[in-house]
Design a protein around this ligand. Structure first.
Ligand code: NAD
Length: 286
């Protein structure tokens, strides 16, 4: 039987989540995705109208199929956690069962089990503010959407993950080195995500024979990255200073993710794997 992957954080064809979906589909996996509730409508409409058909094309010529798209808001674990103003917000009101627990239940009912869990989402409402200017609320929101969301997803999906399965998330070097401009507690959130990768690798390894790794990716002009405001500068910086002076393609991150969740990486867990043209190794910009 082929493997089944649930990919949280796909809402267009530009980001790392989409590229990971494609790499997994190309390797024969069945793809199901979780899309942020406010982005669901436009994503499904675009899919249906063929707007992504060009980028759905796989190396063998076929189009990537997405078996099901689930609405998801990974900052809420159960319906009891959802505040009234969100419940009644018109972008959420027409949708149901989008908290993490409910999505895991729906996937279980629809598919029974999964083999691969991908976390490709982040959000920091104050990302454009320096850490010194960040509010408690903004900082905790960044951690909730970008770090705890992974803990919660793994917590709720682990019981339906087949032994030998794997999960992967996306992190950024701002966790370990100062990247001015990556603010709002997002650097803190990535540090938490990387530390949690180690602890969760232990816990999920012992509990369910599940591997947990994270990819520290170089800069990509995704929708989320454009919202931060300095992504073009980071791409140029990387191009000038990395050992490999070439554009970083989302597909290169997708391919590494496919390797890491495959049996080829069966002894790799708790790792931060850099997919950044080697930029992380440099100590001096030249
Ligand atoms: P992206 O916009 O394609 O993906 C981010 C996704 O998160 C979006 O689809 C958005 O709808 C979703 N999202 C936000 N809040 C959510 C919530 N509460 N619940 C569910 N979904 C939510 O952008 P991307 O840059 O591909 O980001 C994917 C991952 O890659 C993130 O973890 C990001 O930090 C990481 N990353 C990105 C870069 C980069 O330069 N783009 C570099 C390193 C790491």
């Amino acid at each position: 039987r082929g493997k089944r992957a649930f990919i949280a954080g796909v809402a267009d064809d530009n980001g790392y989540g989409w590229a990971i979906a494609k790499a997994l589909a190309a390797a024969g996996a069945e793809i199901i995705v979780g899309t942020w509730v406010p982005a669901l409508n436009i994503f499904e409409t675009s899919l249906r109208r063929g707007k992504f058909d060009g980028s759905r094309r796989l190396p063998n010529g076929s189009l990537m199929e997405i078996s099901k798209v689930y609405p998801l808001d990974a900052v809420y674990d159960t319906p009891e956690d959802v505040p009234e103003d969100v419940k009644t917000n018109k972008r959420y009101a027409g949708c149901s069962n989008w908290t993490v627990k409910e999505v895991a239940e729906s996937v279980k009912n629809d598919f029974g089990s999964i083999d691969i869990l991908v976390h490709s989402l982040a959000n920091g409402p104050e990302v454009t503010k320096s850490l010194l200017e960040t509010s408690r609320r903004g900082y905790l929101a960044a951690i909730s959407a970008s770090s705890y969301s992974f803990v919660s997803l793994l917590q709720h999906f682990l019981p339906i993950m087949n032994p030998g399965g794997a999960s992967i998330s996306l992190t950024y070097i701002a966790s370990e080195r100062t990247i001015p401009g990556y603010g709002g507690g997002m650097s803190s959130a990535k540090a938490a995500l990387e530390s949690d990768t180690k602890v969760l690798a232990f816990e999920a390894g012992r509990k369910g024979q599940i591997r947990v790794n994270t990819i520290s990716a170089g800069p990509l002009g995704s929708r989320a990255a454009k919202a931060i405001g300095f992504i073009e500068k980071m791409i140029d910086y990387s191009y000038s200073n990395a050992p490999l002076q070439k554009e970083l393609l989302a597909d290169e991150v997708g391919n590494t993710a496919a390797f890491l969740v495959s049996p080829l990486a069966s002894a790799v867990t708790g790792s931060v794997v850099y997919v950044d043209n080697g930029l992380n190794t440099m100590g001096l910009a030249v």
